[in-house]
Ligand binder design. Structure first.
Ligand code: PRP
Ligand code: URA
Length: 208
């Protein structure tokens, strides 16, 4: 069964409502994307492996834990960049690998325009970051790219999914767990999520 985690955290719900609001300006929007990303990352990384390490506190020798896994953040340009800001603060040693895709407005199909992945994977876990899972085309294409690259363990983290996109994604990649803040009602005839939040890229970058 595909794993789909829809956050029920009160802070996520509160901040998501502010994010959706049409009066929320670009600066506030970016702040909220970053804050929600931190909260979702907490949930999306709950099963990462740790290993024991000896430490010395000012009081006594003790034992702590160290993250065993290496993590790659894979934002889908452009809108995924806002999620990197929050997650990277929590995991400053993560590598960041950008994938550039835009959705053709007519066909709604993803068009790849940037990919600088190295020849083979350098990390154990890839966390794909994109605020919107609408038709699912961009997320499916990105995970296709990562799997061809050789990535073994992949997770998807986003803000809002449409039921249509979620179904398409989990059918295409049932092994990739999904972490989102909400699953909305439907897609409109232009492929926008309703009620959604509008265009996540334009709202972050002030390009509406
Ligand atoms: C948006 C969003 C996703 C994609 C989702 O990006 O950030 O990448 O659409 O739609 P899909 O699930 O139907 O593929 P967009 O193509 O608008 O590009 P942008 O991030 O540069 O604004
Ligand atoms: N991309 C967005 O930014 N918003 C949507 O609702 C759908 C795709």
């Amino acid at each position: 069964m595909p794993e789909v985690h829809i956050s029920t955290h009160p802070l996520v719900r509160h901040k998501l409502a502010l994010l959706r609001h049409k009066e929320t300006d670009s600066k506030k929007f970016r702040e909220l994307v970053k804050e929600i990303a931190i909260l979702l990352a907490y949930e999306a990384t709950a099963d990462l492996e740790v290993e024991p390490v000896p430490i010395e506190t000012p009081m006594a020798p003790s034992q702590g834990y160290h993250l065993k896994e290496t993590i790659g953040l894979v934002p889908i340009l452009r809108a995924g960049l806002g999620l990197v800001n929050g997650v990277w603060e929590m995991m400053p040693s993560a590598e960041v690998w950008h994938i550039g895709l835009f959705r053709d407005e007519r066909t709604l199909r993803p068009v790849e325009y940037y990919n600088k992945l190295p020849i083979s994977p350098t990390v154990n876990v890839c966390l794909v970051l994109d605020p919107m899972l609408a038709t699912g085309g961009s997320a499916v294409a990105t995970v296709d790219i990562l799997k061809k690259w050789g990535a073994r363990r992949i997770k998807f983290m986003g803000l809002i999914a449409a039921p249509e996109g979620l179904q398409r994604f989990t059918e295409a990649h049932p092994d990739v767990p999904v972490f989102v803040a909400a699953v909305d009602d439907h897609l409109d005839e232009n492929g926008y999520i309703v009620p959604g939040l509008g265009d996540a890229g334009d709202r972050q970058f002030g390009t509406a």
